[in-house]
Write a protein that binds this ligand. Structure first.
Ligand SMILES: *Cc1c(COP(=O)(O)O)cnc(C)c1O
Length: 575
């Protein structure tokens, strides 16, 4: 009890009396007063906190937006209850299980020999090689012939051979031991330096290499969160994302407990709506985000506008250039239309760039760049007191594959500036050709609408009257692996070196599929079955994409989709 000695005698006596009477709890008036005061303060803080939140919400979303969000939330909860009702739950479970069984029959071969325990004796080299060959040649979508959107960005034999050689030289290397593997340390530092220079980084800039775009984004979010905590005491961090920003940001939010605000990217530009971003900023905001370009539509957000906003509000701005990687920095030199996107914009504080996409390095390579070394240090992990010794690592991983760093460095120095420039000319040039075909081919231009003005290698389109997922399924039937998108329903194509060679076949197949779907639609109309055809669960001809997104798009609560997706992940580990 501080200050007891300075109490008036009478008070002190009564205090002592009370204390004598009740050993458990002193009830002197002063203490009651302070308890009351504390209660009031707590209540006041509570009120302040919630009224501040309510105000932020109203400012950020407007009255209508707030009501719309509340309505969607109520629907989600009610529908969630509905799905858990006894009869409904068993029905849903049954349908999910059926869908998963169908999926299993497609991705897990039923009649292959399965190896579920270690072989008693190790196999001979010969036997291992034979099995590896069989595994590499399992029936698959032909990326080698360019039938896949994205996924394999280069895949030419010469580069593959050199990468494999580099890998072989450093198979045992681990950059966690720089004294044991000094060459790997040097290569890693040089990879980061080369990428920094590509993005016009200022002298104090710094970066790290990571295992992929997702880790790069996780680290940028972590750094921004730590910075806000240390420098501004932010304990309830929030970040503002374009709806089209890669879902790795949502993963970061889930892992690192950051609240997210999604901002619409409306037609016709499909760029993030800057006015809405500005309205959502409050004292808990730790990071603004823009994509250059985004994954779904291949659109570059207005990074200049975001940069101005970030400077004005003194907030970090991350530019996700994972996909743009080594294409966007070469647009200008290759003579294509471009926009500012890198450290030359003063508000840009961090950039993620995937060396394993258009940097053509093998998978497991990416970089995250920061305007200052101080920003980079916010992602470091250091434990000075572990019984295993003083421990420090730059990112999520502890041990890391030095071989991958060697293969990445090899890709960068062997392709070189001229090689990347030529690749940019080919890949972006071919994307422009495909765009032109979409705009001028009579069957395509009437039915398909390209979203926004894609400047790089990804273009997305929606269908005007057909179900675009039927088109995706039609393309799958012809061996193509394109990407289905949602909100709005659309498909995207990510141009790659293998696809450059066969883009005309892609366009021709697309024309054929659109014609074929139109013909089906005409027959349906004539038969008068149009509404019946899709309404029933038995949607007669619906392919996989149409079935999945037909269901997913119409549900107020996506827990069924979540169950399906988790079941799919389980299948990946079904031996
Ligand atoms: C691919 C991609 C990422 C994430 O990269 P991973 O390497 O798959 O983790 C992030 N952002 C964009 C725009 C991407 O296209």
């Amino acid at each position: 009890m501080p200050g007891t000695s300075r109490m008036p005698i009478s008070l002190r006596e009564s205090f002592n009396n009370v204390r004598k009477r009740s050993r458990v709890r002193a009830a002197n008036p002063l203490e009651m007063l302070s308890l009351d005061l504390i209660r009031n303060i707590v209540f006041f803080l509570f009120l302040l906190r919630w009224s501040r939140r309510a105000l932020w919400k109203l400012k950020g979303r407007g009255l209508l937006g707030t009501l719309a969000e509340a309505y969607a939330e109520v629907r989600r909860v009610l529908y969630g209850w509905f799905l858990r009702m006894p009869g409904v739950r068993t029905q849903v479970r049954k349908q999910v299980d059926e869908a998963l069984a169908k999926m299993q029959s497609k991705i897990v071969p039923a009649n292959a020999t399965r190896y579920l325990t270690l072989p008693k004796e190790g196999w001979t080299e010969e036997a291992v090689r034979k099995e590896l060959d069989a595994l590499a040649n399992m029936d698959h979508t032909r990326w080698e012939d360019g039938y896949v959107s994205g996924a394999v960005y280069h895949g030419e034999d010469d580069l593959l051979r050199l990468q494999t050689e580099a890998y072989g030289k450093f198979t045992v290397a681990n950059p966690i031991h720089p004294d044991v593997f000094p060459g790997v340390r040097k290569m890693e530092a040089e990879v980061v330096a080369m990428v920094l220079s590509l993005f016009n980084a200022p002298p104090d800039a710094a970066g790290v290499s990571t295992s992929g775009g997702t880790e790069s984004i996780l680290m940028a979010c972590l750094s921004a969160r730590q910075k806000a905590y240390v420098e501004r005491g932010v304990t309830e961090p929030e970040m503002i994302l374009p709806e089209t920003a890669h879902t790795a940001f949502r993963k970061a939010a889930e892992y690192f407990k950051i609240k997210i605000h999604l901002v619409a990217c409306p037609a016709p530009s499909y760029q993030v709506d800057l006015r809405r971003v500005a309205r959502l900023i409050n004292s808990n905001t730790i990071l603004l985000v823009g994509s250059a370009p985004n994954f779904p539509h291949g659109i570059i957000d207005d990074i200049s506008g975001l940069s101005k906003l970030a400077l004005k509000k003194r907030l970090p701005l991350h530019v996700d250039c994972c996909l743009g990687s080594f294409l966007v920095p070469f647009l200008e030199k290759a003579g294509f239309e471009t926009v500012p996107f890198d450290f030359r914009l003063p508000g840009v504080t961090s950039i993620s760039c995937d060396t394993h996409k258009y940097g053509f390095a093998p998978k497991g390579n990416s970089t995250v760049l920061y305007r200052t070394q101080a920003l980079r240090a916010y992602q470091y992990f250091v434990d000075p007191s572990w019984s295993g010794g003083v421990y420090a690592s730059p990112g999520i991983a502890g041990s890391r594959p030095g071989a991958l760093i060697a293969a990445c460095w090899t890709s960068l120095v062997s392709v070189g500036e001229a090689g990347y420039l030529a690749a940019c000319a080919q890949i972006v040039g071919t994307t422009k050709k495909l765009l032109h075909r979409l705009a001028t081919s009579p069957s395509l231009s009437a039915e398909l609408e390209v979203l926004g003005n894609p400047l790089v290698s990804v273009l997305a389109f929606r269908a005007r009257s057909l179900n675009v997922y039927d088109i995706a399924d039609g393309m799958s039937a012809r061996g193509w692996h394109l990407n289905a998108l949602q909100n709005p329903p659309a498909i995207h194509v990510a141009m790659t070196m293998p696809l450059v060679k066969v883009w005309e076949r892609l366009a021709a197949d697309l024309e054929a599929v659109v014609e074929q779907e139109r013909e089906k639609e005409r027959v349906r109309m004539v038969d008068g079955k149009k509404s019946a055809a899709r309404a029933g669960a038995g949607a007669d001809a619906a392919g996989d994409t149409a079935a999945l997104y037909g269901v997913a798009g119409s549900l107020p609560n996506k827990s069924v989709v979540v169950d399906l997706a988790k079941g799919f992940l389980d299948l990946l580990y079904k031996a």
